[in-house]
Design a binder for this molecule. Sequence first.
Ligand code: MN
Ligand code: MN
Length: 459
Amino acid sequence: MEKTLSYKRQCAWKSDKANKDEIFMFCEGYKSFLNSARTEREFVLCAEKAALQNGFSALQNKDSLKPGDRVYRINRGKGILMAVIGSEDIEKGAHIVGAHIDSPRLDLKQNPLYEDGETALVKTHYYGGLRKYQWLATPLAMHGRVVLANGNTVDISIGDEDDDFTFTISDLLPHLAREQGSKTLRDAFDAENLNVIVGSIPVDDEESKKPIKDAVLQYLNENYGMVEEDFLSAEIEMVPAVRVRDVGFDRSMIGGPAQDDRVCAYTAMQAIFETKNPKHTAICLLVDKEEIGSMGNTGMQSRFFENTLAEICCLLGKSASLSVRRCLSNAKCLSADVNAAFDPNFAGVYEKSNAALLGHGVTISKYTGHGGKAESSDASAEFMGEIRRLFNANNVIWQTAELGKVDGGGGGTIAQYVANLDVDTIDCGTALLSMHSPFEVCSKADVYMTYRAYKCFLQ
Ligand code: MN
Ligand code: MN
């Protein structure tokens, strides 16, 4: 009786739907991709290379499109849309998996470089929701793009190779932390003190008033052709210089930075690579700026997605206005983003029966938001039912979760912005421990189930 009537989540490791070797093999590809794509720009470069290898070509080089065609379009180097044209009329709707490829980090300020206390430092402005103390006393890598005075660009990537140097933000020694210890966590760490140490040898010039800063400028000039003013037209990110590692005696988990949301972006990308001749046009949409509200022309709130869809409709010989609207009205979307896995060290913030459990498959969230579901795109029971049937029919192990206790906090994803386009949308992705930290942890089984979920949805 109980067996058939009650609902029980499945542990992927104990299920015959998942093979451990298959799971581990898939995750090796994910781990190496994570190590080489440290920023949204680097993700796009790696994704474009992989797309070309998987038979995709640039949309702007096409004169027309037909079912089965594989195309991609890059948005300002920070986002990418990949599509496989379906056999069905595009007005019947597309199947979209949308993930974000930006992650919390420390951006260099516009005018960052200074010297103090016999060191040269750069000032930062944090990006996204991060816990400031996690970024101190840990090695940081520097990645970014600089636009020089003559308009040429130069890319910086330092700190991820084994013999590279790194950078760091100093932390207070416990011996002198008495006053700090009496402060709240919120007040104990000042955003204006997230200054990164970048050098300490002065230039050999008695005239120099800032000899250590000048030495850094000299290095940048010799290696990147930069002068100080070039920082003003640069986007440089400090990211954890932490390589992705297996976690646990059983190697069942993956630890590393920026898995929110590259775990979903990577699995979505692999899923579309394997999508051949789908019925509905399949789209993998990877966007920027989710961590700061999906704003701007590279975020989900930009018209980039609709504009690209209009280009696709035109190349299919359809109307760029009406066909796009009909396509969106009939479209379905998995908003591919992470959720929080139940954490035994912080059990109090979760409601266990509605929290994601590590190793129990891809996590579906009918709604996100905060308080009384504020700012949430609450998917319909009908769409939830459709996804449930799809996953059950395709051996996807899945679970549902809310983000923590009601009134415990909250969060959002790109779901609401896609749903606003008249698209049936639901959140669906991998659960993480230590989300937004320099060492986020996920279960390999969940990564694999996330991939399998996106694959059956796109195909
Ligand atoms: Mn996310
Ligand atoms: Mn996030």
